[in-house]
Design a protein around this ligand. Structure first.
Ligand code: SF4
Ligand code: SF4
Length: 432
């Protein structure tokens, strides 16, 4: 099948490493460190102090604006409220809880078997209160995204592409618990009232596709769309183009072309919140890479350290040179394994190949122009960043870069294109 969007690449997907690993099991860490920043926006303020007893699912941080509350992922005693290392590399306030292994549940949130009796504002309020964010890694408030899409959406898309190499967390969810995803799609449909619902999956998830075909025999109003495997098809704008043929104009949101996209895990979390009365306290995380002894997928309480996760996967090999949060294309390298899982953590990888040679030069081959899914000119952008020319960066649309990594992957000159774009974007944002 040919690509359904401009540019992109087809790296070796390496998904067999974790997809064939041990069965899904829930980790039970002795201690969790719950970051107050697990969403796009200002961090939450802690609502508990050292010495407090907390229940599993209890709200322990909240704030205003785009802020999304965070919850205790285990029951136990708060032993610290202090800045801790975040996956972004910053020191951010966290609530540290000593697990009492009792799993005492917080029962503040109610169950709503028949969510159709709720009005739309009530459903959106539950989604916020449960702490739901874009679970594919975007971590934007799901309540705000849904509220701002109301009455504008013709096509609702469930994103099950998981196009990053190595990652199989969404695949595992779809293979084992597709019913939660489908139920969540119906709830969001009740809010957004689209004419069409599509569950999009890449063709490399054969077992999940077979299971979904069976499940959807009874669900005639959800369309399964099997897409050719191509990176970054899971990026919002590229997925919309692949599913509908429509291009979201630069600087605009999916609603501009009548679409809304949510990750499959976000739909599952919506079902848990509205029907089961459960906040986001855990997620499926892929632990994989050639540097990991026993790759697999784990049901992981939010706040579990990377050290505990890697240990659950049999530890790392001596030759492991890099640990990454997320996939190898768009993820962040980590130098501290005390960093903890947040709601958007879909993978932790141990890699043995070090691609950063530090020895680079542009040979003007033009390959980066052909793979950039945003139709940018990475070589010129890189030049402007080297020159520290802000007008030039704007001229070449730096802020439209989705940091997908396709240009770096393709570049024979080994230029650190994506990392320099990420850093320049961050600098411009801070200056603004
Ligand atoms: S990282 Fe940015 S510039 Fe490079 S291919 Fe992706 S969108 Fe284009
Ligand atoms: S792919 Fe790399 S070497 Fe080729 S033009 Fe782009 S920046 Fe230069």
């Amino acid at each position: 099948m040919k690509s359904l969007f401009f540019g992109g690449i087809h790296p070796a997907d390496k998904k067999e490493l974790s997809a064939g690993g041990p069965p899904l099991r829930r980790l039970e860490p002795k201690q969790v460190s719950i970051s107050m920043s697990q969403h796009i926006g200002v961090p939450c303020k802690p609502l508990v102090g050292v010495g407090d007893q907390v229940k599993k699912g209890q709200k322990i941080g909240d704030g205003e604006g785009l802020c999304v509350p965070v919850h205790a992922s285990v029951s136990g005693k708060v032993v610290a409220v202090e800045p801790r290392r975040h996956p972004s590399g910053q020191e951010i306030m966290a609530v540290v809880i000593e697990n009492d292994f009792q799993d005492t549940p917080d029962e503040t949130m109610a169950c709503h078997e028949d969510y159709r009796k709720l009005n739309l504002e009530e459903i959106l309020a539950i989604i916020r209160e449960a702490g739901i964010v874009g679970m594919g890694g975007a971590t934007f408030s799901t309540q705000v995204k849904a509220a701002s899409s109301m009455e504008k959406v013709e096509t609702l898309i469930a994103n099950g592409c998981e196009c990053e190499p190595y990652l199989t967390a969404d695949d595992t969810l779809l293979r084992n618990e597709a019913d939660r995803v489908l139920a969540g799609m119906h709830i969001i449909r009740h809010v957004l009232k689209p004419e069409r619902m599509v569950l999009a999956v890449e063709e490399n998830k054969k077992e999940a596709i077979e299971g979904l075909k069976k499940a959807l025999e009874k669900e005639k109003d959800i369309e399964l769309k099997v897409l050719p495997t191509r990176f970054p098809q899971g990026a919002e704008k590229q997925l919309i183009q692949a599913v509908t043929g429509r291009e979201v104009p630069p600087g605009q949101l999916p609603a501009a072309v009548g679409c809304a996209v949510f990750n499959v895990a976000t739909f599952a979390a919506t079902y848990d919140a509205v029907v089961q009365g459960k906040a986001v306290t855990e997620r499926i995380v892929t632990v994989s890479g050639e540097g990991v002894n026993h790759p697999g997928n784990f049901r992981t309480p939010v706040g579990t350290s990377y050290a505990d996760l890697l240990e659950a996967a049999g530890g790392v090999k001596a030759e492991t040179c890099k640990v990454i949060t997320g996939g190898p294309m768009m993820g962040y390298a980590q130098d501290d394994l005390s960093v903890s899982v947040i709601k958007g953590t879909n993978g932790v990888l141990g890699l043995i190949e070090n691609v950063d040679t530090g020895d680079y030069a542009c040979i003007r081959c033009g390959k980066c122009l052909t793979v950039c899914p945003m139709k940018l000119q990475p070589l010129h952008l890189f030049e402007q960043i080297q020159l520290e020319n802000k007008k030039g960066m704007e001229y070449y649309y730096l802020m439209d870069c989705i940091e997908c990594g396709c240009c770096s992957y393709t570049c024979p000159g080994k230029l650190p294109l994506t990392s320099s774009f990420k850093a320049a974007k961050q600098k411009l944002k801070e200056e603004r």
